[in-house]
Design a protein around this ligand. Structure first.
Ligand SMILES: Cc1ncc(COP(=O)(O)O)c(C=O)c1O
Length: 395
């Protein structure tokens, strides 16, 4: 690649982003050689459950309307009625009070997180991220001139509050937390979240605010519980980022939000900054059609039972074959230990059996791999013999 064609920082980041892309490209080559059906791809996190019927009904209803103004720019934070509808839904489901004034609708949680980072970070400020982590976080932070600081979770991928406290410095502005988690499927317990909130509160003040950014995109994709414990309920200076990508299973439609509970200290300047940044970062506003859809059905949910059955089928079989993994409590991923220490070498063994997964080192924890189960049931059924053969071969 010519050193001059693109910024050196971007060229460097493109190399860091390489694991998922590399698997994607290897997958394309395998599929071209052996045929799409003969390669079982567990490398991507593209939600594939059926969207809720309410989504299609609302889509048909808004498409039938003829109101030109509703296709124009609107206030940068979003249509007031859409913000009010999401705020009402969050108030009911979080047990915390939200209102339209504390909401900014965004282009997905990805857009939301970028906006938040730009709103709170000065150059060199630090954001703690828990490993294993969603690789895009590094870019969201660095694009806002911040620095990502990693703190490990426990071997079972649960919170280690002491490790987080050790990672705090004078420059720490935020902890970015994701539960249920990508890539591990871990759901953090309320007991741990409470301890975390108490610890953070000891280091927080209005002159040097310490934010908890709660990436709640998988919040409603949980299996063995009625609802996911709410990190934002355990710490006052919390910022929720989320989206309808997983709830509705419509990730391509790019509707997300930033939500600040009413009790958030210094909420007004934060919302002002985020509303402006939503515009100046180039998002301008969230897609208007989707805003009108969620205003009609903010609480709808895709077929989570489909993922539940996929999880059970995949994870029970992996355990039976001898893979070590904590049962994922939510999200769309399992994160087993690889039977040999070298996760890249093991993923290559899997590939010989025409199964694709992503080495754990791409997420900051080597010796593991991420297996996505937002795939067709047949992909799991056809992929299981490959997982079995690969562990037998590795032993
Ligand atoms: C942990 C996590 N956060 C954020 C996102 C971004 O989601 P969105 O489609 O809402 O931008 C993803 C997407 O996979 C994710 O896994």
């Amino acid at each position: 690649m010519s050193a001059r064609a693109i910024a050196s920082k971007v060229a460097e980041n493109m190399k860091k982003a390489s694991w998922i892309r590399e698997m994607f490209e290897k997958g394309l080559r395998l599929k071209a050689e052996f045929g799409e059906k003969n390669v079982q791809d567990f490398s991507l996190g593209n939600p594939n459950a059926d969207p809720p019927p309410a989504f299609y009904q609302a889509l048909a209803a808004v498409a039938a309307e003829r109101v030109p103004a509703q296709h124009r720019y609107m206030p940068n934070a979003g249509f007031p009625e859409a913000r009010a509808a999401v705020a009402k839904f969050l108030t009911e489901s979080y047990g915390l009070e939200f209102d339209a004034a504390g909401m900014v609708l965004s282009t997905g949680a990805a857009g939301a997180t970028n906006v938040v980072m730009h709103a709170i970070l000065d150059p060199g400020d630090e954001v703690i991220v828990l490993a294993p982590f969603f690789p895009e976080y590094r870019f969201y932070i660095e694009q806002a001139q911040g620095q990502m600081v990693l703190a490990d979770t426990r071997p079972n991928c649960q919170l280690d509050v002491a490790a987080i406290e050790t990672a705090l410095t004078d420059r720490t502005r935020a902890l970015l937390l994701n539960t249920p988690n990508n890539p591990t499927g871990a759901v953090y317990s309320d007991v741990d979240l409470k301890a975390l909130g108490e610890m953070l509160a000891c280091h927080d003040n209005d002159d040097q605010p310490l934010y908890l950014i709660c990436d709640d995109v998988y919040r409603r994709v949980v299996y063995d519980m009625d609802r996911c414990p709410v990190p934002a309920s355990r710490y006052a200076r919390s910022i929720v980022v989320s989206s309808y990508s997983k709830d509705f299973s419509v990730a391509g439609e790019r509707l997300g939000y930033i939500a600040l509970p009413k009790r958030t200290p210094l909420r007004e300047p934060l919302i002002g900054a985020m509303t402006m940044l939503n515009r100046t970062l180039g998002f301008v506003n969230a897609p208007a059609l989707m805003q009108r859809i969620i205003a009609r059905c903010p609480d709808a949910l895709c077929d989570v039972e489909f993922y539940h059955q996929n999880r059970d089928l995949l994870c029970n079989a992996l355990r039976e074959y001898g893979y070590e993994l904590p049962m994922p409590g939510g999200a769309l991923y399992a994160f087993p230990k690889t039977p040999i220490e070298d996760d890249v070498a093991f993923v290559d063994v899997l590939m010989k059996h025409k199964v694709l997964a992503v080495p754990g080192r791409g997420f900051g924890r080597a010796g593991h791999m991420r297996v996505s189960y937002c795939v067709d049931r047949e992909t799991i059924e056809r992929g299981l013999p490959g997982f079995k053969a690969a562990i037998e071969e590795a032993r």
